[in-house]
Design a protein around this ligand. Structure first.
Ligand code: MN
Length: 129
């Protein structure tokens, strides 16, 4: 069982809310406020899943997802994007970058963690306690 989730999010309010919801469900949340530290933390903490904001300073979410998927050691980690983009083409481009799914902001606290956990690999499906 891998109890770690990596949250890559530059907005302090969004990071607080997502982190709060995940911790309430037993996850250890590792937070990176930008793409470069997200890439470094992904290798360090070997998360069960990555929650990825698309609009980030520096390396944006699309570029970061492509780099994660290009690294054989990290490619298997599911990535779920979180974005305030509302156009259908934006969703397609997020999925084309290698993300498994795309959740729209503002997130719904009632469904957010369930939506993420649906993308866990089978060996990580059992929730942390
Ligand atoms: Mn952002």
């Amino acid at each position: 069982m891998n109890p770690r989730i990596l949250l890559i999010e530059d907005n302090a309010h969004s990071a607080y809310l997502a982190g709060f919801l995940l911790r309430a469900r037993g996850w250890q949340v590792h937070h990176a406020p930008d793409g470069a530290s997200g890439l470094r933390l992904a290798a360090e903490c070997d998360p069960a899943l990555i929650v990825l904001d698309i609009q980030l300073p520096g390396l944006d979410g699309h570029a970061l997802a492509r780099q994660l998927k290009a690294d054989p050691a990290l490619a298997a980690i599911p990535i779920v994007a979180v974005t305030s983009f509302a156009m259908p083409g934006d969703r397609r481009s997020v999925l084309a970058s290698g993300c498994q799914d795309c959740i729209e902001k503002p997130i719904d606290p009632a469904t957010f963690v369930d939506l993420l956990e649906a993308h866990l690999r089978p060996e990580h499906r059992q929730k942390p306690t």
